[in-house]
Design a protein around this ligand. Structure first.
Ligand code: FAD
Length: 125
């Protein structure tokens, strides 16, 4: 890991961004209003437009399109409709990047333990 007081490299930026994105998904409402959902949809769509790593942003934009097509084909309800579905969606988006980078895939059934509740053995309490 790089030093705390230096500009971020690609990996440090990625780690920090995933922390923010998963924590946003962890604290998203269980019953989001139309406005909550619209804000979140805009936020996600804007990431590839502003993310300061060009190759990451371009690929992520393509992944978003792919995830959207999968949702339509499998008749998934909109993924921003609840905390659980949004956290799972974010996990799947991260796994698409993991797959591309040949990193281990994360078990998305455990995403709320990792980012919201802490693990059942209590080591995060
Ligand atoms: P990270 O992948 O940063 O993960 C941080 C922590 O999240 C892990 O320790 C783990 O506990 C947890 N985690 C892992 N997977 C999941 C999951 N699926 N769901 C929930 N939690 C999980 N890097 C590139 O080199 N090329 C790219 O094209 C690229 N594209 C990116 C696109 C986006 C939108 C973002 C945010 C980052 C991108 N990155 C890219 C950075 C890359 O994803 C990693 O952040 C970076 O390689 C550091 O990886 P890491 O192994 O430290 O863990």
């Amino acid at each position: 890991h790089q030093r705390e007081d230096c500009p971020l490299d690609k990996d440090e930026l990625g780690r920090s961004t995933w922390k923010l994105l998963h924590t946003i998904a962890a604290t998203y409402s269980d019953k989001p209003s139309q406005e909550d959902q619209s804000n979140m949809e805009q936020f996600i769509r804007l990431i590839p437009k502003v993310y300061p790593c060009e190759i990451c942003a371009n690929d992520f934009a393509e992944m978003l399109v792919l995830l959207l097509i999968i949702d339509v084909l499998t008749y998934h309800p909109p993924n921003i409709s609840s905390q659980k579905s949004f956290a799972k969606w974010m996990c799947e988006a991260h796994n698409m990047v993991n797959r591309k980078l040949e990193k281990p895939l994360f078990d998305c059934s455990k995403v709320n333990e990792r980012w919201r509740d802490g693990w059942t053995d209590g080591h995060c309490d």
